[in-house]
Design a protein around this ligand. Structure first.
Ligand code: MG
Ligand code: MG
Length: 244
């Protein structure tokens, strides 16, 4: 999983270099396929089954979600514009082990409100990680995340969760973006979790777009997403997907 995490971080940094006005999310997806192949890895997202029976599996290597789009964005013809924010969610399967990480990037110069949303969402990730130690519970992490977001005037998603990760992309425990201290699953040394604040600048309501995958803010306002795969220890968690 450390090696899978390192590959995910390299992939995210290569995508970050490519992000600029005019680039399409399909171009980023093709780059992701090349980078994963170069590292003998594959995408755990490609062909991921849709939880709505009968709908198409995920068609991309990465999720690319722009502005009001929050998660599960299907890469396509959309060209990035100056001032956009783009959420890139990446995973790698390496020798059967998976790591999962997401980052929100600015396209060129963004306005101060968007910048603040990015800072608060990244801050929520680290606030949550401060509670990520053996003996605590998932609710301690979720509460720290939610408190950080709401005291800054934003909202956390309700329908999507942080999750255990390992041999499979989504394992137990599930950890909502909200919760009470002392609730949820007990954290144990060696557990590996993908911690992912998903934050909306308007209301927390989301909708799935007609492409059957992309989740966007119902009110069309900006959203942000950051995610690291971590290992629980007796002290500070080990971050497997640290971005250089
Ligand atoms: Mg992810
Ligand atoms: Mg995840």
């Amino acid at each position: 999983m450390r090696e899978a995490g390192r590959i995910v971080a390299v992939l995210l940094s290569e995508l970050r270099e490519r992000i600029r006005p005019g680039v399409t999310t399909a171009e980023l997806d093709r780059l992701a396929a090349q980078v994963l192949a170069k590292h003998d890895a594959t995408s755990p997202f490609y062909n991921y089954p849709n939880h709505d029976r009968g709908k198409r599996p995920f068609p991309g290597q990465i999720c690319a979600s722009v502005n009001e789009e929050l998660v599960h964005g299907v890469p396509g013809k959309r060209a990035l514009k100056e001032g956009d924010i783009i959420k890139i969610d990446c995973g790698a399967v390496y020798k059967g082990w998976i790591a999962d990480s997401a980052w929100t990037f600015a396209v060129g110069k963004i306005n101060p409100a968007a910048q603040r949303l990015l800072e608060v969402t990244e801050g929520a990730l680290y606030a949550s990680l401060k509670e990520a130690k053996a003996g605590n519970r998932t609710g301690d992490m979720a509460h720290a995340l939610q408190h950080h977001v709401e005291t800054h005037g934003f909202n956390v998603v309700r329908e999507y969760v942080s999750h255990g990760v390992g041999r499979r992309l989504h394992e137990d425990p599930q950890m909502p973006n909200f919760g009470g201290p002392g609730t949820g699953s007990k954290l144990r040394k060696g557990m590996t979790i993908a911690v992912e604040p998903m934050v909306l600048s308007g209301t927390y309501k989301t909708k799935v777009l007609p492409d059957q995958w992309t989740v966007a803010a119902k009110d069309g306002k900006l959203t942000a997403h950051f995610e690291h795969t971590i290992v629980i220890t007796d002290g500070e968690p080990e971050i497997l997907t640290k971005l250089n």
